[in-house]
Write a protein that binds this ligand. Structure first.
Ligand code: CP
Length: 306
């Protein structure tokens, strides 16, 4: 099955997800064997207008592992002709002449869709402001499947900055495609999950609750999906940030409340919302989750490049 643009989590149907995860398992094998695939004639362009560690490096490593080539700007706003006033659309038209696939991270919601509208080659959304981060949600789903064994019947708590968190938005869309999933949204009143996602879940008959107390849900869930309170998204609302920061922390006491086979996930980077001592617990899955990003992105690139 060939993928073209990867813009939003809703575009994936269960059959495509099943195929993606099958290819991802094959990619795990390629990496484990130290192999390199046959994409040496293909070029991936990474255009990042916002900072990144995991997404950019895992996409670039993925392309190298496939045997392909990479052209990259890690700070497109400063180091590309955008600094001279070039539009996103013109930048994308130009990258169409130089590359076979574009991975784009941008600060504006809808930027990936705008890019795709003028692009002949696949555009992959690597995060568009507070909009979506579909490839993160794909690796999150792959991690849940691998760690818990199934997605059907899952009970998950999404915790922290849900209003401004693009990863939880994309993950909620993907989870709505599976049966018997129960979601607890745990956030302070200022950072509650937005109405469009709640409406989507209602339309798709997905059970969810909205909570403010983390301790209440910890014993109930299979996955605790912790997120960072994102200072950079508050702009001049620093008083709101101060009111929300540090409100939910996963620590030893949290682990004691969790089921023995539940896991802690986090898209990373983390600040103080998961204490370092948690890293030693086998239920801390966030570094394994980040590693899965490499395999999932290898699979996405093979499906996009054909
Ligand atoms: N999870 C994630 O998107 O991390 P980066 O911002 O480091 O890419």
């Amino acid at each position: 099955m060939k993928l073209h643009h990867v813009i939003e989590a809703q575009q994936f149907d269960p059959a495509t997800l099943a195929e993606l995860f099958q290819v991802t398992e094959e990619m795990e094998g390629v990496v484990a064997d130290g192999g390199v695939l046959d994409y040496q004639k293909r070029v991936m362009a990474t255009l990042f207008y916002e900072p990144s560690t995991r997404t950019r490096f895992s996409f670039e490593t993925a392309m190298h592992r496939l045997g392909g080539r990479v052209i990259s700007t890690e700070n497109a706003a400063e180091f590309s002709s955008v600094a001279k006033g070039e539009t996103l659309e013109d930048t994308i038209r130009i990258m169409n002449a130089y590359s076979d696939v574009i991975v784009l991270r941008h600060q504006e919601v809808g930027a990936a869709k705008r890019a795709a509208a003028v692009s002949r080659i696949p555009v992959i959304n690597a995060g568009d402001g507070v909009g979506q981060h579909p490839t993160q949600a794909l690796l999150d789903l792959y991690t849940i499947r691998k760690e818990i064994g199934a997605i059907e019947g899952l009970r998950i708590a999404m915790v922290g900055d849900l209003a401004q968190g693009r990863t939880v938005r994309s993950l909620a869309y993907l989870l709505s495609k599976y049966r018997d999933v129960k979601i607890h949204f745990v956030a302070p009143p200022l950072l509650k999950m937005k109405q469009d996602i709640l409406d989507h879940l209602r339309e798709h008959h997905v059970w969810f609750t909205e909570e403010t107390e983390l301790e209440k849900v910890l014993p109930e869930v299979d996955v605790v999906y912790q997120t960072r309170i994102q200072k950079e998204r508050f702009g001049d609302r620093s008083a709101d940030y101060e009111r929300c920061r540090g409100v939910y922390v996963i620590n030893q006491a949290s682990l004691r409340l969790m089921k023995p086979n539940a896991i802690v996930m986090h898209p990373l980077p983390r600040l103080d919302e998961i204490t370092m001592e948690v890293d030693e617990d086998p239920r801390a899955a966030y570094f394994r989750q980040a590693q899965n990003g490499l395999y999932v992105r290898m699979a996405l690139l093979t499906m996009a490049l054909g």
